[in-house]
Design a protein around this ligand. Structure first.
Ligand code: FAD
Length: 417
């Protein structure tokens, strides 16, 4: 690859990098995307939430995704023993998309990058960013190495780091910080879902609760393959012995609802294990760069917020860069960092309260409170900046206090019987 001079370098071509690239390209900004892998490549993160539809729509990628014929996701089901709580995105407090997709990311990410390439975006696959040097004005020199070992330089005014778990700038600039979330792990694979039931039961995305801190996901795809995975504290996941295949087969026995369906189905690859997946950084931007997607923060898979944060942050960072390139002033602290951190803090509360059990208390409480359910549903759909929703604006208190009231009510009931 020859040395080049551009406005914006994007590191990584996952959903975050693709949305950034699409927006900037549409605005006529000179960009280049550097992607370490060859696509299609496996990556986890297969259940989307409706908010990301706004992003794909705005950057002109929605029509091509529709052609992917992916499984439509209209809500999510949570199961705890015999109790079931189902959310339908149609019944949510905040206006916005009622549906999205559940999809194999290898196909999805390839579809997005194929479309970008077709439009004329320059993506260099199988090239890895190995070093970045910033000048005092924020411009930078990035060193890229090709799969053949050939090095080249990219001179850019801005860098959008969308490198996911590659975490290029957090590593190079020492921006890593420990996550405030508990240390969890996950084991997952894809199966040939040969026992898939007909109708909605077969295609419903489900979170099956094994115990308060451990759960199992079932994400059926339109191609007959289903993603399955277990999540829990590291010591729970490590308490199963043997190969990851042996461990996931043992774990499957814990799911009353699904053990039969998945008992003998062929696993399509040796299950993968990720430990300590929650990530955080000291800052989300600096002079000449912004961190987006997983390169910035990742919380937890439980509410499928990863891709949506990746696209939300990518789109916002791209817009702010365009403003600056047009000589408009930008306050990155308030316009970028505070905004993104607000959404992260809302989801962070839900993740924490999921693992304390408080959110599960609300989900499975009967009779259902319709208003509360619609407000929680809006959060689960990714509309976490709508402060007219009390489950957003009072997120840090509401879940906890309602769960407390429900528990009090239950203990009073049991005393009086
Ligand atoms: P990625 O999709 O990871 O893309 C980053 C890209 O950068 C990669 O293609 C990589 O090859 C490239 N790259 C890395 N380093 C370099 C380098 N040095 N040079 C050039 N390129 C580089 N999210 C959801 O929305 N729904 C879910 O159901 C969900 N489930 C999850 C389950 C688990 C167990 C985990 C751990 C995460 C889950 N996530 C989920 C989160 C999801 O995986 C991520 O949030 C999402 O993929 C982030 O997108 P991204 O574009 O930031 O990064």
């Amino acid at each position: 690859m020859d040395d080049i001079n551009i406005d914006v370098l994007i590191i990584g071509a996952g959903p975050s990098g693709s949305v950034a690239a699409a927006y900037l390209f549409n605005q006529g900004i000179s960009i280049k995307v550097i992607e370490k892998s060859k696509f299609p490549r496996f990556v986890i993160g297969e259940s989307l939430i409706p908010r990301c539809m706004d992003h794909f729509d705005e950057v002109g990628l929605l029509d091509v995704i529709k052609q992917g014929d992916f499984e439509v996701k209209t809500g999510a089901r949570f199961i705890k023993g015999d109790a079931v709580c189902e959310f339908d995105f149609k019944e949510k407090f905040t206006e916005g998309w009622n549906w999205t997709w559940q999809l194999p990311r290898a196909d999805f990410d390839k579809l997005l990058t194929d479309e970008l390439t077709r439009k004329g975006v320059n993506i260099a696959f199988e090239n890895e960013v190995i070093d970045v040097i910033f000048n005092t004005d924020g411009s930078s020199k990035t060193t890229v190495i090709s799969k053949d070992g050939e090095e080249s330089s990219i001179y850019a005014k801005y860098i959008i780091d969308s490198s996911g778990y590659g975490r290029v700038l957090p590593r190079l600039l020492d921006l890593e910080k420990p996550s405030s979330l508990a240390k969890h792990a996950s084991i997952f694979t894809h199966v040939n879902d040969s026992n898939r039931p007909e109708g909605k039961e077969g295609t419903l995305i489900t979170f099956d609760i094994i115990n308060t801190e451990s759960w199992f996901w079932v994400i059926p795809f339109s191609n007959g393959v289903t993603s399955i995975g277990f999540v829990g504290p590291i010591d729970f996941i490590e308490s199963f012995k043997g190969s990851t295949t042996e461990r996931i087969r043992e774990m499957l026995k814990l799911s009353k609802h699904y053990s039969e369906r998945f008992e003998d189905v062929p696993l399509l690859f040796e299950p993968k294990e990720i430990k300590n997946y929650s990530k955080a950084v000291k800052q989300l931007y600096g002079k000449g760069y912004a961190l987006t997607g997983n390169s910035a923060e990742f919380l937890d898979p439980v509410f499928s917020s990863g891709v949506t944060f990746a696209t939300e942050s990518a789109l916002l960072a791209s817009k702010l860069i365009v403003k600056e390139l047009n000589n408009e002033s930008v306050n990155w602290e308030t316009e970028y960092s505070d905004y993104i951190k607000y959404g992260v803090s809302v989801f962070s509360t839900y993740v924490k309260e999921w693992y304390t059990g408080n959110l599960q208390t609300l989900f499975f409480h009967q009779p259902e409170n319709k208003a509360n359910k619609e407000q929680i549903c809006a959060v689960l759909a990714g509309y976490v900046w709508d402060k007219s929703n009390p489950f957003v604006s009072k997120h840090d208190r509401l879940v906890k206090s309602l769960a407390y009231l429900i528990d009090m009510e239950k203990s009073n009931d049991s005393k009086s019987t």
